[in-house]
Design a protein around this ligand. Structure first.
Ligand code: UD1
Ligand code: CA
Length: 456
């Protein structure tokens, strides 16, 4: 049977104290509701309905910007009359003969395997609930059983003293047949302590019709925890990061401290990778075998070839780093840069849109922008490619094996030939042929026994 997912996201989130709708507050740089949407996609949901109440415009723009939002249908719930009312907003879209899974936009850490287990236990002519045993279930709806069979859910505010002793709590996540769900929702009443249309009342309705109600359970409580304020959001963030760290270690990486790493995107690692403390990974990062990453480094949308060493405090973004390279400490590799195998970039070197050839070196204090640097080139300390005239950007090309002396300025557009040599301190404005030496600086004059000025 096909699956549709209804994601409840209509809450205002007053306790976030924010103009941003609650479900857009991020975990690992991604809106909470996007984590939920991703889970729905991993379940191959044929339709995803996002029930929203506030900030519809910002919600739609943030969730559909990413060119992948075509599978989302936004359904407005103008007045928040309860969870049952919220799901009912999607009823006009729901087909009779499909499974409907209800998820929550502010509960981002539910594992796909947990949802799969919920789907697996659902009887074809019944429904299933995700429940959790809590030492302190205060605030949650309680699962009411009769001879072990689920017969209903009672909300905290409607529960008797005896029912309040039940530890099995409703996570809110449930799965039902579309036709059943629509029928049950259309018959809900708001005659309860909160005057709301409770989604949870469909369980008693199912039981009255003689349907079987089965349950599945998450591995850990955090999977079904929501965030109502920024404190809870931070708790979820740490739990998410702990999970990322665990996955990296199980994939073969050594984390010097699994509590001090942040993954805000997708990272893949080979074996024998060592990551020191306080590194941040953003976007898509692929790290090959044997890579060592020093403390406090930030890697975003990049690939790192095998056995490369990134020394502490390096920042790499939008770059492709080859094998057996070394970078940093304090290297900054900006978008469009490529380091070929065996190349080396040292401290305080900035590269932008530049290819550094195989075995080439830029050891210290350089800016290399819009450049194509050949194999085995040596870039002396303090070399600057002057790529910008204040209006346009120009390219610098340096041939294989060239040697650029320290503190040279290469004023682009300019070509330095293969095996050419640039004298230290030169300002190069004209092309240099292969094998030539170019020296472009004031000639040194020595004055013997020069009398120093005397203080007046
Ligand atoms: C709900 C459940 C409770 C469960 C708990 C788990 C009901 C009646 N109760 O209680 O059994 O233990 O969740 O956290 O379902 N929402 C809407 N529109 C509405 C009302 C709510 O979109 O009209 C959204 C909220 O934004 C929130 C979610 O649904 O994300 C849950 O609503 P909330 O009012 O917090 O339900 P609880 O009282 O916590
Ligand atoms: Ca709640």
């Amino acid at each position: 049977m096909s699956l549709s997912v209804v994601i409840l996201a209509a809450g205002k989130g007053t306790r976030m104290r924010s103009s941003l709708p609650k479900v857009l507050h991020p975990i690992a740089d991604k809106p909470m509701v996007s984590h939920v949407i991703d889970s729905a996609r991993q379940l191959n949901a044929s339709n995803i309905y996002v029930v929203y109440g506030f900030g519809g415009d910002v919600l739609k723009s943030q969730l559909t910007d990413k060119q992948s939002g075509d599978d989302l249908t936004f359904v407005e719930q103008v007045d928040q009359l309860g969870t049952g009312h919220a799901v009912d907003m999607a009823s006009p879209f729901i087909k009779d003969d499909e499974n409907v899974l209800v998820l929550y936009g502010d509960v981002p850490l539910t594992k796909v395997t947990t949802l799969e287990s919920l789907i697996a236990v659902k009887p074809s002519d019944g429904m299933s609930l995700l429940t959790v045993n809590l030492a302190n279930p205060t605030g949650y709806g309680r699962i009411v059983r009769d001879n072990g069979q689920v017969v209903g859910i009672i909300e905290q505010k409607d529960a008797s003293a005896e029912q309040l002793l039940i530890n099995e709590a409703n996570t809110g996540i449930l799965l039902a047949n579309g036709g059943d769900l629509k029928r049950w929702l259309s018959n809900l009443s708001s005659d309860n302590a909160q005057g709301e249309y409770y989604l949870t009342d469909i369980i008693a309705a199912a039981h009255r019709e003689g349907k079987t109600i089965t349950t599945a359970h998450p591995d850990t409580e955090i999977e079904v925890s929501g965030a109502n304020n920024r404190v809870q959001l931070a708790v979820l963030e740490r739990a998410y990061q702990a999970r990322q760290a665990e996955e990296l270690m199980l994939a073969g990486a050594t984390l010097r401290d699994p509590a001090r790493i942040d993954v805000r995107g997708e990272i893949s690692v080979g074996q024998e990778v060592v990551i020191d403390v306080n590194c941040i990974f953003e976007g898509k990062v692929a790290i090959a075998d044997g890579v060592i990453i020093g403390a406090n480094s930030i890697l975003k949308n990049c690939t790192i070839g095998k056995n490369t060493e990134i020394k502490p405090h390096s920042i790499i973004e939008g770059a492709e780093i080859g094998e057996y390279c070394s970078l940093g400490p304090f290297a900054r590799i900006r978008p469009g840069s490529v380091m070929k195998n065996d190349s080396h970039v040292g401290n305080f070197v900035e590269m932008k849109n530049t290819t550094l050839g195989e075995g080439a070196k830029a050891g210290h204090l350089s800016y290399l922008g819009d450049s194509d640097i050949g194999a085995r080139v040596n870039i002396g300390a303090g070399t600057i490619t002057c790529n910008y005239d204040g209006v346009n950007k120009f390219k610098t090309v340096i041939g294989e094996g060239a040697f650029v002396g320290s503190n040279s300025s290469l004023v682009a557009p300019v070509n330095i030939g293969a095996m050419a040599t640039i004298g230290a301190g030169s300002v190069i404005v004209k092309d240099v042929e292969d094998n030539d030496l170019a020296v472009a600086r004031g000639k040194q004059r020595n004055i013997s026994n020069w009398p120093r000025p005397i203080k007046n």
